[in-house]
Design a protein around this ligand. Structure first.
Ligand code: BDP
Length: 642
C-alpha cells in the first residue's frame, strides 16, 4: 500500500539487518585496570531533516562535513528526547530523520597503542540509528531500547587521529514490523490535507519520544578482551553455586581466571578456565527488599583474561521457580506488591536522568514496593543495576506493545521479535533483580496467528534462558486468548469501572473474582494482576467519588485490594498498579495532557492513592516478609506503618 511504501521511504535503510542480533556481547561498559570509559554525552548539535521525503541529509551526505555547514543547527542535550526541548511543535511531533553531531577528543595514547580497542557505544536511540565517525559509517541499529556499539579503532587510526566527529542519524518512524509497531498514513484528500501530509499511527498509550535516550560513551578494552560473561546461580543448603561462561575475543589462547569476592572483599571462590562452577560456602543469598533483613546481597566476580583484560561483574545468588499457585524466590513464596513504570519525565521525555532514577527508587522504597515491571520496553541498564543493589524485583518487558494489526504477526515481525529477545536476554541475563521475561503487552492474542506466534516466542525465550519464567501481558478474555497455554505465569490487565462500566466501582468485586476464577480454572497457573487503576487529576475531589478525582482512584484501588486479599491466599501472586507516575501520551480526546493513572504526579508528588498503597504494601510486607515490625519502625516512622 501507499502507506507502507512511504514508511519504507522514511526508514530508508532496508530492514535486512533486522534479523541479525548483535553478534558481540553487551557487557555494560565499566572501568577496570584494563578499561577506560569516556562519557561523551552532554551538549550535541542537532538538525531535523524537514525535507518532504526526509532524505535530504542522506542525499547531501550531512555526515561528510560538520553538520553546522549543512544548514541551521540547534543545541540538543544528550541523553534526552528532543521532543520537549524546544518551543517548536514541529520538533515535538517530528517524524523521520534527525541528525546529531558532536566533536570529541580521543586520548592520544588510545590511538597510539595498537593493542587498544576503542569502542563507541550508544545506550539507546529511538528508533533506527546510523553512526558515522569522521564521515565513515561505523554501524547502524534497529530498535529503540537497547544499546549498540561499534569498534572504531580502525577508523580513528585511518582518519584524522585524535579528533573524532561523531554523527548519529536517528529515525523514529514505526512500521508494521518494528517493535512497537505502527503505520505511516498519507492523507490524500487534498480538500483537507496539504500535499505530502502524513501521520504516524500507533496502538500504544505513551508518547513516541525520540532521540538519543541514553548516554553515549567511548570506551577501551585490550584487543584480546572479555566479550561476554554469563552466570547462572543456584544453591543447596548453605552452598551457593555460580556457574559461569566467559567468552574472549581477539585471542585464541585466553587463560581465563575467575574470582568471587564477598562484600567485605574476602575471596570466597575462584577457578581457572572460561567455564566452570564456583562453590560458595555459607552463602549470602540475594533477597528482595522487605523479604529479608539483609536484602540485595551482591558478590563481585572478577574475570581476568590472561594478563590483558579485567572485568568485574556484580553477582547475586538466587533462584526463581514457579508452581501452579506460587512464585518462589530462593524457594520462598514471593508476592509482587509493586508498580508499572515508564521512562518518562518533564522536558527530558525518555532521556536517562540520574536524579529521576534515584528519586523513583526512593519513592518505591518509601511506599514499600518490592517490584516493578519495565512497561512497555527495556529500561536503561543503570536502572537494573539500581534494582540489583536495592533488592527490587523486575519483570523485564520487551517493546512488543500495541501488536494489534494482524500483519504484525507475520514472519518478518516474528523474526525481529525473536532477535529482540536475544538482544534483551544477552543484555539483562546477569541481573539478579530480573526474575521474569515479558515478551509483549496486550497483543491481539485472540487473533488466529497469535497461537503460533507466542508458542515460538515463549519457547525461543526459554531456550535463551532456562532459569527464568516467561510471560506476556494479556487483556484478552480467558476463553479467547491463544497464547496463554505457553506462558509460565498468567499476567492480566483489567480496568473494571473505568473502561468497562465507567463509574461503577460497586461492580469491581464481582467482575474481578470472575476474572481470577476463569483464568485459574482454565490454566491452573499463578496469576499476577499486571495492571489496574484509574485516572486521577491531582487536586480534583469529590465525595461520593466521581471519575477522575483522587477519591475515585482510591476507591477503585480499595475494591481491587479486597479481592486480591482473598485470592492471594490461593493463586494470585502479585499486584502491580498502573501506574507509578503520570506520563505523557499522544494527543487524543481521552487524554488530558497525558495519562493520569499515576499514584504520583509526573513531578513525583503523591496523590491520595499513593498513601493508600503505602499502607497496604507495608502491611503485606509485615505479613509475608521475614522482617519484624520493630525493624521497619526504626527505619520508617511508626505512624506510617499499620
Ligand atoms: C493498558 C495499557 C497501558 C495503558 C493503560 C491505560 O497496557 O499501556 O496506559 O491501559 O489505558 O491497557 O491507562
Amino acid at each position: 500500500s501507499g502507506a507502507e511504501r512511504a514508511a519504507e521511504r522514511l526508514l530508508l535503510a532496508a530492514l535486512c539487518s533486522v534479523c541479525q542480533a548483535l553478534q558481540d556481547g553487551m557487557l555494560f561498559p565499566t572501568e577496570s585496570p584494563s578499561r577506560e570509559v569516556k562519557d561523551v554525552s552532554g551538549l550535541w548539535i542537532f538538525r531535523a531533516d524537514e525535507s518532504p521525503e526526509r532524505s535530504r541529509g542522506f542525499e547531501q551526505q550531512w555526515y561528510k562535513s560538520p553538520l553546522a555547514e549543512t544548514g541551521p543547527v540547534i543545541d540538543m542535550p544528550v541523553p534526552s528526547s528532543y521532543n520537549d526541548i524546544t518551543q517548536d511543535a514541529q520538533i515535538r511531533d517530528f517524524i523521520g530523520w534527525v541528525w546529531y553531531e558532536k566533536d570529541v577528543w580521543v586520548p592520544a595514547r588510545w590511538i597510539q597503542d595498537r593493542g587498544t580497542r576503542i569502542v563507541l557505544r550508544v545506550g539507546s536511540a529511538h528508533y533506527y540509528s546510523v553512526l558515522w565517525v569522521n564521515g565513515v559509517k561505523v554501524t547502524e541499529h534497529v530498535g529503540g531500547h537497547l544499546p549498540f556499539e561499534a569498534d572504531i579503532s580502525g577508523v580513528l587510526r585511518q582518519t584524522s587521529g585524535n579528533q573524532c566527529r561523531i554523527t548519529i542519524a536517528v529515525n523514529n518512524t514505526l512500521t508494521l514490523e518494528t517493535l512497537p509497531p505502527g503505520t505511516i498514513q498519507y492523507m490524500t484528500d487534498r480538500s483537507r490535507y496539504p500535499a505530502g501530509y502524513f501521520v504516524q499511527n500507533t496502538n500504544f498509550d505513551f508518547f513516541n519520544y525520540a532521540g538519543i535516550h541514553r548516554p553515549v560513551l567511548l570506551y577501551t578494552t585490550p584487543k584480546a578482551h572479555i566479550d561476554d560473561i554469563t552466570v547462572e546461580t543456584t544453591f543447596s543448603d548453605n552452598i551457593g553455586l555460580v556457574s559461569f561462561n566467559v567468552s574472549v575475543l581477539g585471542s585464541s589462547k585466553a587463560a581465563v581466571k575467575v574470582t568471587l569476592s564477598a562484600q567485605d572483599g574476602r575471596c570466597v571462590a575462584s577457578a581457572d578456565g572460561s567455564r566452570g562452577v564456583l562453590k560458595v560456602t555459607d552463602v549470602n543469598l540475594w533477597w528482595p527488599y522487605l523479604m529479608h533483613e539483609n536484602p540485595a546481597y551482591l558478590y563481585s566476580m572478577e574475570v581476568k583474561d590472561g594478563q590483558t583484560d579485567v572485568y568485574t561483574l556484580p553477582v547475586g545468588i538466587r533462584t526463581v521457580k514457579v508452581t501452579s499457585t506460587q512464585f518462589l524466590i530462593n524457594n520462598k513464596p514471593f508476592y509482587f506488591h509493586g508498580v508499572n513504570k515508564h521512562e518518562d519525565a518533564d522536558i527530558r521525555g525518555k532521556g536517562f536522568d540520574w536524579p529521576l532514577v534515584v528519586k523513583d527508587f526512593n519513592l518505591m522504597k518509601w511506599m514499600g514496593a518490592n517490584s516493578f515491571r519495565t512497561s512497555h520496553y527495556p529500561y536503561a541498564e543503570e536502572i537494573l543495576q539500581m534494582a540489583d543493589r536495592h533488592g527490587i524485583v523486575i519483570i523485564d518487558e520487551c517493546p512488543g506493545v500495541g501488536i494489534k494489526d494482524i500483519r504484525s504477526f507475520g514472519n518478518v515481525s516474528l523474526a525481529h521479535h525473536l532477535t529482540f529477545m536475544e538482544e534483551l536476554v544477552r543484555r539483562d541475563k546477569n541481573h539478579p533483580s530480573v526474575v521474569m521475561w515479558s515478551v509483549a503487552n496486550e497483543p491481539a492474542s485472540e487473533m488466529p496467528p497469535a497461537g503460533f506466534y507466542f508458542k515460538e516466542l515463549v519457547s525461543h525465550t526459554r531456550s535463551l534462558d532456562s532459569s527464568r519464567p516467561v510471560t506476556y501481558i494479556t487483556a484478552s478474555n480467558y476463553a479467547r486468548d491463544l497464547g496463554a497455554p505457553y506462558v509460565d505465569v498468567i499476567c492480566v490487565n483489567s480496568y473494571f469501572s473505568w473502561y468497562q462500566d465507567p463509574g461503577h466501582t460497586e461492580l469491581i468485586g464481582l467482575q474481578l473474582n470472575t476474572q481470577f476464577d476463569n483464568w485459574y480454572g482454565k490454566y491452573q497457573k499463578p496469576i499476577i494482576q499486571s495492571e489496574y487503576g484509574a485516572d486521577a487529576v491531582p487536586g480534583l475531589h469529590s465525595d461520593p467519588p466521581m471519575m477522575f478525582t483522587e477519591e475515585y482512584q482510591k476507591t477503585v484501588l480499595q475494591n481491587y485490594h479486597n479481592v486480591f486479599d482473598q485470592k492471594r491466599k490461593e493463586f494470585v501472586i502479585g499486584e502491580l498498579i498502573w501506574n507509578f507516575a503520570d506520563f505523557m501520551t499522544s494527543q487524543s480526546i481521552i487524554r488530558v495532557v497525558g495519562n493520569k493513572k499515576g499514584i504520583f504526579t509526573r513531578q513525583r508528588q503523591p496523590k491520595a492513592g499513593a498513601f493508600l498503597l503505602r499502607e497496604r504494601y507495608w502491611r503485606i510486607a509485615n505479613e509475608t516478609g521475614v522482617l519484624n515490625t520493630i525493624k521497619l519502625e526504626q527505619e520508617y516512622p511508626l505512624r506510617f506503618i499499620l
